[in-house]
Design a protein around this ligand. Structure first.
Ligand code: FES
Ligand code: FES
Length: 172
């Protein structure tokens, strides 16, 4: 059985938004810290660091995941999506992001990356959500600024737009 000391750095390789990345992490290093400090993917925010606020939400192998409750070593070989991967190109926002902007669904933006990841993941699976479904999803995220209503409006508006988009353009 392989044993690691707390200071031993271990190679970590995974796919991040379609691109292979690699680095080294101590066994105790959190995925949220690894993404921000080693990869420079600072769109994944860190609020509570104990799984409550949702700011660090990413997708690992198709599952919504709190990056602050995940060790970097746990995602070795996995496929990760973070908020940096939502926009179809550097100069163009996705449908959900545009709906957030139109509806003023963010203010300080601290919660926004995590909320976008949860909503994107949800809408890919349930393209015709009810308002209560969206509110239920948002119960896993803390936002101190918006009062949530603009976020709900943006999500419903994006869902309607996505429903009329072709499969090819979904989330474009
Ligand atoms: S920082 Fe991960 S849930 Fe708050
Ligand atoms: S926009 Fe500030 S915490 Fe949500």
């Amino acid at each position: 059985m392989t044993r690691f000391s707390a200071q031993t750095k271990v190679p970590v390789c995974f796919t991040l938004n379609g691109k292979a990345v690699e680095g080294e992490a101590e066994p105790r290093m959190l995925l949220s810290d690894f993404l921000r400090q080693q990869i420079g993917a600072t769109g994944t925010h860190v609020g509570c660091e104990h799984g409550v606020c949702g700011a660090c939400t990413v997708v690992v192998d198709g599952m919504l995941t709190r990056a602050c409750l995940t060790l970097a070593l746990q995602v070795d070989g996995c496929d990760l999506r973070t908020v940096e991967g939502l926009a179809p190109s550097p100069d163009r926002l996705g449908i959900l992001q545009r709906a957030f902007r139109r509806n003023h669904a963010l203010q300080c933006g601290f919660c926004t990356g995590g909320i976008l990841m949860s909503l994107d993941h949800y809408l890919r699976r349930r393209p015709t959500p009810r308002e209560e479904d969206i509110r239920d999803l948002l119960s896993g995220h803390l936002c101190r600024c918006t009062g949530y209503s603009p976020i709900v409006r943006a999500a419903l508006e994006a869902a309607a737009e996505l429903a009329t988009a072709s499969e090819e353009n979904t989330h474009a």
